[in-house]
Design a protein around this ligand. Sequence first.
Ligand SMILES: [Cu+2]
Length: 154
Amino acid sequence: MGIWFIRLSYLVTDYCGIGFTSNISLEANPKKVNMGLDKILVGLFSLAGMMFTYWFFLMKKEKEVAVTSDSVDITVSGGYQPEVISVPKGKTTKLNFLRKDPSSCLEEVVLGDFKVRKYLPVNQKVTIEITPQKAGEFVYSCGMNMFHGKIKVT
Ligand SMILES: [Cu+2]
């Protein structure tokens, strides 16, 4: 389990251009390592990056919000809040996304199961309507699959 999170963190940091991970392969093969200070620093940074990612994914608690009205406001800022919503099956629910985070990482929201990919301008509400026909858990994400939210259909 843990190793997958670390793998994932490689992907994530590479993807979003943070670039902690480019020298990871050097660490895995000690014979090749030329222990310059820069390499040690890069190693430390990548370790810190991994630990942060690990902590970020594991320690964040899921708070579920049950949607009883026709719509729900979802704030996009360093992720999606509320992160987990539950909606009734067969009912149309409006998801009002409001992106407050200028990071380009969050400029798109992708609801793969609902075949929706939408651009979210900063400070502008974007409404996405879903009418889920199947019960289950549906994860949506930013365009790079870095941040995730979940829709539970019950
Ligand atoms: Cu992203």
